[in-house]
Design a protein around this ligand. Structure first.
Ligand code: HEC
Length: 310
């Protein structure tokens, strides 16, 4: 009798444990390939200038980047990684693109974004001394229309560090709305703090998650926001699990769907924009790979990624 009770108790404890440890059966979630390509120095301001980019006019009229470039990413990456006009300091032997496979899901409490990515053999450029690779997801919930239309490029200005008008300066990613005005060289003057606080309170910023990766070591999880600069949160709401197999990484980001603070709420019925980036081979700043703008919805919808409940 008593051993029967004991068995029952053990069995339910084991069940509980396994359902926590394997919250999600990823085999049941369909993945989608995403091309991460090398963008060189193609800034927001350059892309909006007709004489520099023939898509500028149509983009201004309402056609999104993916509307013209989806399916062309591999070719663009191969071109840009060695193109002296947009990449003044090419990295010898750098591949022009990297493939990622992305799956999304939620369990009612947390949202999960799982990325499999294989940077392959990458030249070690030693720019980031601390981490070999950094995988990031940038997120908007519709509050930043230019991110809906252009994904990561909403933050990629001409005067950022190592961009044409930024040189060796310290300017980090920002949104146009944080600047007093913008020219072909980006925006130099930042709006007063009170204006920025108001924009932040209205949700007019982007959120990002980052997994900092070194072979053989636990991943470091970071999250933060982008408005007038990239601002890292003191304690991340996002968690990261990462595993490596040869040169391939499988990275699972997860966080509470409602995390409070400067985090976007994830809810059914809304569409989000995500952009994915990868720094590989100890690269930093613009020497990364990026996706075009991708959409994400919860439970249902026509998005690139539909995070279903599991
Ligand atoms: C109306 C179609 C159209 C739209 C919209 C458009 N582009 Fe382009 N883009 C082009 C064409 C055509 C070229 C090649 C000729 C050139 O560079 O002007 C090009 C070139 C590029 C290149 C250089 C690599 C290559 O393959 O030539 C990049 C990078 C790029 N576009 C990114 C973007 C981004 C990011 C956006 C959104 C902000 C965007 N484009 C919007 C048509 C478009």
């Amino acid at each position: 009798m008593s051993s029967g009770i004991l068995k029952f108790a053990c069995a339910s404890a084991a069940l509980l444990f396994s359902s926590e440890a394997q919250a999600l059966d990823w085999n049941k979630v369909t993945g989608k390939d995403v091309v991460l390509f090398y963008p060189a120095q193609m800034s927001w301001e350059m892309l909006l200038t007709q004489s520099d980019h023939s898509g500028a006019g149509k983009f201004r009229e309402g056609k999104n980047c993916a509307g013209c470039h989806e399916g062309e990413e591999k070719a663009s990456g191969k071109l840009l990684v060695n193109d002296k006009s947009t990449e003044p300091t090419p990295i010898a032997g750098k591949p022009g693109f990297v493939m990622a496979n992305v799956r999304t899901a939620h369990d009612g409490e947390r949202i999960y974004v799982r990325v499999e990515v294989d940077p392959g053999q990458q030249p070690d450029v030693g720019m980031d001394k601390d981490f070999a690779s950094k995988l990031a997801v940038m997120i908007d919930d519709g509050k930043v229309p230019e991110a809906t239309r252009a994904g990561c490029w909403a933050t990629c200005h001409d005067n950022l560090t190592r961009m044409p008008s930024g040189g060796a300066g310290e300017t980090q990613k920002y949104l146009s709305r944080s600047r007093v005005s913008l020219s072909r060289k980006g925006g130099a003057e930042i709006k007063p703090a009170a204006d920025l606080d108001k924009i932040r309170a209205e949700g007019g910023y982007l959120e990002y998650w980052q997994a900092r990766l070194n072979p053989g070591k636990a991943a470091v999880a970071v999250d933060g926001t982008i408005l007038e600069r990239r601002a890292e949160n003191a304690a991340p709401a996002v968690s990261v699990e990462a595993a490596e197999n040869g040169t391939k990484w499988t990275v699972i980001f997860s966080r509470k769907m409602t995390a409070g603070g400067l985090h976007k709420d994830f809810a059914a019925g809304k569409t989000y924009t995500i952009g994915i980036s990868l720094h590989a081979g100890h690269a930093a700043q613009r020497f990364h790979y990026v996706s075009l703008e991708k959409t994400l919805s919860i439970d249902s919808g026509k998005a690139d990624f539909v995070a279903a409940r599991h």
